[in-house]
Design a protein around this ligand. Structure first.
Ligand code: FAD
Ligand code: N01
Length: 545
């Protein structure tokens, strides 16, 4: 099919590059800088959007903000010490417009745009074995070749719109949060149904409720939403952070989740109940993910986890006035942190408003979307607008949409039919000279992502430099190394509670998707050590020719 596309489009490639990078979010921008400005390679970035930003370009729904703290949800001193000093975040958890401005600033400052082709989607990439090059086709009908193919396509960039029967019949407006219109949506006076209460729904619902006439929140699974604690950053704090940036970044690289917080060193049940409560209270008051880093066994011991689960449940019950509604919002079917807990800023209080109705679509599932609203098994909700906060086909969705085929024409989806098989989550056997930034089976979404992105970009750039210095043309994981990594990944996964929940982390949100833990849970610091060791031993586990 790729060959045919090419013939129909043009017979000759319109460009030949050392590297093609797909995507211009955090990953693609930093990758381009490393390849072009540090290694002197010719590189072309393709980006489907009309600007840089990735996640922060697409997700413009009301309330969108990061929930890694701004001062470390950014590029580190690996990119630039000056930028760290010059850039001042206004809020503890920056909003989408500010993060987008930041990424645009990075693109301008390093003059990255001249090598990014916007409004261009990569539709196919196939490895040409005879020439040892990748042939990359785009939706403008052109194709180019490159020695290296680097995917910077994001873990959360293929929007998931479940197949609700009758959706096309709906006469009102409908939006997916990850494809939000740039001009915004005016909810004033509107009756709105929001489907989905993950991190996105939890951010959007309170904002929509402030404007709309009525909001129906269609919840299938309640989450353990953590107090966000957003607010303006105090200048003294900013100054202190800037003075300590070197140390802060170093810590993010060594901890398990890429946060600069202290790692817990004791089990939850090793302390008396009142002390445990105090520890949880303190972490809760600090806000953000600190509550997940109070004890070292929350992700591996059900009993330990239950203490944290109960703590959060009690917080929910305290804040929601109607006890029946509170009970509907309390999660009971999975342990704390086995699904990604959203951070919330006023989410639970939203259910104390007269214009908000919580609908349990687990008990009474959505049966169809009608011309005028949403019909569940037991009721019908007439609305003007439907918001789908239904998440993503994470980690593999975007990669598969790119139609990548490796040696012998084998498609990536074919190779991964039963789940991803990678070496270190950065490469996969049979796909020579292809690197995946934050690919499946790397820490990726189980970390503060800029830290993991930088680590991958640096590692890939170093590998390419090594190849150049040693006159190596081709790099590809060895079968045994890949088998060992998959086995290690599965062993580490099984030692945790993560397989217990039906989360997108395990692919449970997409019908038919193989159930596996997609990100690696061994920890950012540990993973980095493994990657560094592999490199130090001449890229142990990779075949190089
Ligand atoms: P992305 O930002 O997803 O960029 C990928 C780009 O690739 C996109 O612009 C896309 O258009 C492009 N692309 C994909 N396929 C193609 C193709 N075939 N052809 C051309 N272009 C293509 N992580 C955190 O660590 N902390 C947070 O607080 C946090 N908040 C988040 C909030 C939201 C709402 C979401 C959705 C995610 C959040 N994340 C967070 C995860 C976030 O995705 C990463 O932190 C980071 O932005 C990913 O950057 P990236 O460059 O790897 O991918
Ligand atoms: O997506 P989700 P998201 N019928 O998959 C429901 C990052 N992020 O966009 O739980 C009814 O978590 C689904 O229900 P259930 C972050 O990593 C970060 O919210 O499957 N409901 C769920 O409630 C996050 O984890 C930030 O039962 C259906 C919701 O839709 C990731 O992105 C902000 C349904 C989807 O939740 C994804 O978050 C936002 C159906 N058929 C996102 N199908 C920050 O850092 C799905 N649902 C701040």
């Amino acid at each position: 099919a790729v060959q045919q596309d090419r013939q129909e489009a043009s017979t000759d490639p319109v460009g030949e590059f050392d590297a093609v990078v797909v995507g211009a979010g955090f990953s693609g921008l930093y990758m381009l800088h490393r390849l072009r400005d540090k290694l002197g390679l010719s590189a072309r970035v393709y980006e489907a959007a009309d600007d840089v930003g990735g996640t922060w370009y697409w997700n413009r729904y009301p309330g969108a903000r990061c929930d890694s703290e701004s001062y470390f949800y950014s590029f580190s001193d690996r990119l630039s010490e000056e930028l760290l000093q010059e850039w001042t975040w206004s809020e503890r958890f920056a909003g989408q417009p500010e993060i987008l401005r930041y990424l645009q600033h990075v693109a301008d400052r390093w003059d990255l745009r001249r090598d990014i082709q916007f409004n261009t989607r990569v539709t196919a990439a196939s490895y040409d074995e005879a020439r040892s090059r990748w042939a990359i086709s785009t939706d403008d009908g052109d194709w180019v070749t490159a020695k290296f193919l680097i995917t910077a396509v994001g873990c959360l960039s293929a929007a998931n719109l479940p197949e609700f029967q009758g959706r096309e019949k709906f006469r009102g407006e409908q939006y997916h949060t990850a494809l939000w219109p740039h001009e915004g949506v005016d909810f004033t006076g509107k009756r709105v149904a929001v489907i989905g209460t993950g991190a996105t729904g939890v951010q959007a619902i309170p904002e929509i409720a402030k404007e709309a006439a009525h909001v129906y929140v269609l919840q299938r699974t309640p989450n353990y939403d953590i107090a966000g604690g957003n607010g303006p950053l105090d200048p003294e704090y900013v100054q202190r952070t800037k003075a300590n940036y070197k140390e802060i970044w170093q810590r993010t690289r060594e901890t398990s989740f890429g946060f600069p917080y202290d790692a817990p060193d004791r089990p939850a049940l090793s302390v008396p109940d009142d002390e445990r409560q105090r520890i949880y209270d303190t972490a809760w008051a600090e806000g953000g993910f600190r509550i997940g880093l109070t004890f070292n066994d929350l992700l591996v011991d059900v009993k330990a986890n239950e203490t944290a689960s109960e703590f959060v449940r009690a917080k929910i019950r305290e804040r929601v006035q109607n006890p029946e509604i509170a009970e509907m919002l309390v999660p009971k079917d999975h342990p704390f942190f086995t699904k990604r807990p959203p951070l919330e800023n006023g989410y639970y209080e939203t259910f104390n408003r007269d214009n908000v109705t919580l609908v349990d679509v687990r008990r009474s599932p959505i049966e169809e979307i009608t011309e005028t609203g949403v019909r569940t098994r037991d009721d019908e909700y007439e609305v003007d607008t439907i918001v789908f906060a239904t998440g993503f086909d994470a980690m593999t969705g975007t990669l598969f949409k790119m139609n990548i085929s490796g040696r012998g024409g084998v498609a990536l989806q074919e190779k991964w039919a039963e789940g991803p098989r990678t070496y270190l989550g950065v490469a996969t056997q049979g796909f020579p000279n292809m690197f995946m930034i934050t690919g499946p089976q790397s820490p990726s979404v189980l970390s503060n992502m800029p830290v993991s992105i930088e680590q991958h970009v640096d590692w890939i750039a170093d590998c390419i430099r090594y190849m150049r210095e040693h006159n190596i043309d081709k790099v590809e994981p060895l079968v045994e190394a890949e088998d060992d990594w998959v086995e290690h990944h599965n062993t580490v996964t099984q030692a945790t509670l993560l397989p217990m929940a039906n989360s997108w982390w395990v692919g449970a949100n997409i019908p038919g998707k193989p159930r596996n833990l997609y990100p690696y849970v061994g920890g950012v610091g540990y993973y980095r050590e493994i990657c560094e060791e592999v490199a130090a031993h001449g890229y142990d586990g990779f075949g190089m020719a």
